[in-house]
Design a protein around this ligand. Structure first.
Ligand code: ARG
Ligand code: ZN
Ligand code: CA
Length: 315
């Protein structure tokens, strides 16, 4: 407390010093010069309310900390990514190029720069989102194993079980590329789970472009869908008949959609809305999904603010 008070005094002195050397005021400035009165107004407010300096001091301390711990680049969240590759066969030991292609797809899909974004029907173009979160590949860890498939019980995330522990999971998105088995393309852990198992698993066949996984799951959208879950998005049909995904600008869907449904595909739920089958959180083919909604963007952004479940990533 003493420290805060001391620095508040220092802040006050800083402002009064500036006051002494300020020569241009709105009253005496020539019209040819650009004038901004913010500093003068602030100084007047600081004189009238000594507690303002305290609050500004706290904001400054928070700002400095956020800049040190987070990755705010031009006001946007940047997510460092570590990819853990577990392989028995040569095909499972996916190339650096295949890994980078997945990072590129995530960057396109989360920034509305995917080439099919403009296929969004006019009905939904007003809510189609540029989520504005970027991904940067930090490290690729590779491990040769004897396992032919890893299942969905997180063994791949545990060094003791032959997998690889996550790296710095509160400040890094960990991805595992391995054979899952059972017809599963990928799975994610929602915010709130154990840090020891945090991240997303993508079957190596469907990781990025040019994997050995064939059409129709060949465009890297499994990771887009799973990272959506990792950022707290539910399936668009709410995992129930006419269920809720807790997002107001996505229509109610009867159930999951597969393939590439013809547009418009009507729901039989209350109000019989046209379903947003092209949303990444449905179950369509990779070429059939190409947008998040603004409501989904808000849900994702909320986990990164101070006090949010993934606040460690920045603001
Ligand atoms: N968790 C889902 C599954 O394993 C992922 C579906 C992703 N859809 C896609 N078109 N890639 O079935
Ligand atoms: Zn899913
Ligand atoms: Ca909804």
């Amino acid at each position: 407390m003493k420290k805060i008070l001391l620095s508040a005094v220092a802040l006050l002195m800083l402002f009064s010093c500036q006051n002494d050397t300020t020569e241009t005021t709105p009253e005496n400035s020539a019209l040819a010069q650009r004038g901004c009165a913010s500093q003068e107004v602030l100084e007047a407010q600081l004189k009238a309310d000594p507690t303002l300096a305290l609050r500004m001091n706290e904001i400054e301390a928070f700002t400095q900390k956020a800049m040190l711990t987070g990755r705010l680049v031009n006001g946007k969240i940047e997510i460092p990514v570590v990819v853990n590759v577990l392989y028995k066969t040569a095909a499972e030991n996916i190339s650096d190029a295949q890994i980078q292609s997945q990072i590129d797809i995530l960057n396109d899909d989360f920034n509305a720069t995917n080439s099919d974004f403009n296929s969004t029907p006019a009905l939904f173009s007003g809510v189609a989102a540029n989520v504005g979160i970027t991904f940067v590949l930090e490290t690729v860890n590779r491990k040769s194993t004897t396992k032919t498939s890893w299942g969905t019980r997180d063994a791949m995330k545990k060094t003791k079980q032959g997998g690889l522990n996550p790296t710095s999971p509160t400040t890094t998105l960990n991805m595992w590329a391995c054979t899952i088995g059972g017809g599963i393309l990928g799975y994610a852990q929602f915010p709130g789970g154990s840090t020891a198992t945090d991240g997303v698993v993508i079957d190596s066949k469907y990781f990025g472009l040019s994997g050995s996984g064939a059409y129709p799951y060949n465009l890297g959208r499994t990771a887009t869908h799973e990272v959506g879950h990792w950022m707290n998005l539910r399936h668009i049909w709410g995992d129930a008949t006419c269920g809720s995904d807790l997002v107001s600008d996505t229509p109610t869907h009867n159930t999951a959609n597969y393939g590439v449904p013809a547009y418009p595909h009507y729901s039989t739920c209350t109000g019989t809305p046209v379903e947003m089958t092209m949303n990444y959180m449905d179950y369509t083919d990779d070429r059939g999904m190409y947008m998040f909604s603004n409501g989904q963007k808000s849900r994702m952004a909320a986990i990164f603010v101070s006090g949010g479940a993934r606040a460690g990533f920045g603001i």
